[in-house]
Write a protein that binds this ligand. Structure first.
Ligand SMILES: [Cu+2]
Length: 281
């Protein structure tokens, strides 16, 4: 597979870790080779024309112009290849990504709520049910406004900066935003989606390799955009369950504690200077 991804690797693309990513890699790699070939071809033609039709050799203008049909055939071939790429590969692949979501319980659903300048994650906890969220409950220790009176939310997990998912299970991430338009981009999973205030946008992927990958914001969302990074940890099923249990216990003890004061790490003054916009950990 690596010999098929020479240019992708050269351009710094991280190795693919998702089940569908190789299809995207193939299209990207082919497009890069195709465009590279066109670039070399057109450049050579340009140089040929400069020499062949130089003024010394062609003192008078030729009003008839080109008589052969080679250029017509060449350009038609290029358009044909591009049409096949677009209609035969790119659009069907995109349609599959947006139409064929994994059914119901098979997938892990996680709510991703972006804000300047970090990603928050809301998981349903062991009961599998998301607690109600409302903006009126939002504060520094409750960044997503989880309703403390909703029993379904008691074991809910809210984290920032780091998302854990199990390997070989489809993950559906439902994207939204608290402020401006962000973009939840998982380069190693070959997937991205805009997080838009007022919208819920689902994306999905299936991780096939355990490990730690990068999450980045791919929309210029403000002064601290460059620091809007996070971590995606793909665990084995066992490690994932251990992490889930640990976070759910933490969530329960935090909920039962009498009105916790915001931790120093969570307290983020608004309009913080862009010099240190670290994502909340
Ligand atoms: Cu952003």
């Amino acid at each position: 597979m690596n010999s098929l991804a020479l240019i992708n690797e050269f351009l710094g693309m991280p190795p693919n870790s998702s089940s569908h990513g190789y299809q995207i890699d193939h299209i990207l790699e082919f497009c890069h080779w195709f465009m590279g070939t066109l670039f070399v071809g057109w450049s050579a033609f340009f140089i040929f024309v400069l020499i062949r039709f130089r003024k010394r050799r062609q003192p008078g203008a030729d009003h008839l112009g080109v008589r052969s049909h080679i250029s017509t055939h060449l350009e038609f071939s290029v358009v044909l290849i591009e049409a096949v790429l677009l209609l035969g590969f790119a659009i069907p692949l995109w349609a599959k990504r947006v139409n064929q979501f994994p059914p119901g319980k098979e997938a892990l659903l996680v709510h991703v709520v972006a804000q300047q300048f970090s990603f928050n994650y809301h998981l349903p906890g062991p009961d599998g049910q998301f607690g109600r969220r409302d903006i009126s409950f939002e504060n520094n220790s409750n960044p997503l406004g989880l309703d403390p009176n909703d029993p379904a939310g008691k074991d809910d997990i809210v984290t920032a900066g780091e998302l854990h998912v199990p390997v070989n299970r489809p993950v559906v991430a439902e994207l939204s935003s608290k402020d401006v338009i962000h973009d939840f981009f998982l380069p190693s999973m070959r997937i991205a989606g805009d997080a838009i205030p007022g919208s819920l946008i689902p994306i999905w992927f299936t991780p096939v390799k355990t490990g730690t990958d990068e999450v980045i914001c791919a929309q210029l969302c403000g002064l601290g955009h460059y620091g809007m990074k996070g971590t995606l940890v793909v665990d084995t099923q066992q490690d994932y369950e251990a992490w889930l249990k640990e976070r759910a216990d933490l969530a329960r003890s935090a909920q039962s504690a009498p009105s916790p004061s915001p931790s120093p790490g969570a307290a983020q003054p608004e309009n913080k200077p862009a010099a240190s916009p670290t994502p909340g950990g």
